[in-house]
Design a protein around this ligand. Structure first.
Ligand code: SF4
Ligand code: FES
Length: 249
């Protein structure tokens, strides 16, 4: 019986500035394979479909269970995580390309710095003095903890930025994920202390005002984060903050 194989068409790029090109691979099939294991086959035996020796494909991955967000790429036209993309569920040939919103470093590896910069801009953390034992933090009502947990699942994967028509290299928009993180930290009993700084950051250039309400983000998020609910909530919060600042400062 002929050997079963997985047919991949990978968009490759040797350096951040070089021209991308496609290379095809046919790797041995095993039941239960995902896109990462298919790419690992290429890495193990870097020979393309024409039988020529080539450079191993470069990509990023870490957790292999859709938690770290590092392996995001465009698979058959859809931005998603390669570790949870099962070969049996994909139409072949499987086209794999890097996300277009982020600068390519090499092959499928992209630079997601704009996401981490966005988190810094909106102060998506709770500043505490860790030099001594602060004791237990304030308790949250179970109903609040539940929705906060949903927002905390964001893995900075970049898929919502890739899906958003307003995120591109010419626009400093922080993206839906960062707006949702402001909601998370502003509603936290301790995080509330820095609420106003985060609201000011959201109202600055590249903030919530850049959202065009396309609603692609909420449909694309692999963690099912209610991004449009967060954006609507933060729109109300920034409006209230602007009115208060106008009248009372
Ligand atoms: S909000 Fe969802 S799609 Fe966007 S970065 Fe977080 S996990 Fe990824
Ligand atoms: S390797 Fe972590 S999300 Fe895929």
């Amino acid at each position: 019986m002929a050997e079963k194989y997985v047919h991949l068409i990978v968009t490759r790029q040797d350096t951040p500035d070089s021209t991308p090109y496609n290379e095809e691979f046919k790797v041995p099939y095993r039941p239960g394979m995902n896109v990462i294991s298919a790419l690992m086959e290429v890495q193990r035996n870097p020979v393309n479909a024409q039988g020529q020796k080539t450079k191993p494909v470069v990509w990023e991955s870490n957790c292999l269970e859709e938690v770290c967000g590092a392996c995001s790429m465009v698979i058959n036209g859809k931005p998603r995580q390669a570790c949870s993309a099962l070969i049996d569920k994909l139409e072949q040939p499987i086209r794999i390309a890097p996300m277009t919103t982020f600068p390519v470093q090499r092959d499928l590896s992209v630079d997601r710095s704009r996401m981490f910069d966005a988190l810094k801009r909106v102060k998506a953390w709770i500043p505490i003095d860790g030099t001594y034992d602060l004791g237990p933090g304030p308790r949250m009502a179970e109903v609040d903890r539940q929705w906060a947990y949903e927002l905390s699942k964001c893995m900075t994967c970049g898929v919502c930025l890739e899906a958003c028509p307003n995120v591109n290299s010419k626009n400093p928009f922080i993206g839906p994920f960062a707006i949702s993180q402001v909601r998370l930290f502003n509603e936290h009993p301790t995080g509330k202390m820095n609420k106003h700084e985060r609201l000011e950051a959201l109202m600055a250039e590249g903030g919530i005002g850049e959202c065009g309400n396309s609603q692609n983000c909420v449909q694309s998020c692999p963690k099912g984060i209610p991004l449009t609910t967060s954006i609507a909530h933060m729109n109300r919060e920034t409006t209230k903050h602007a009115i208060k600042t106008f009248f009372f400062s």
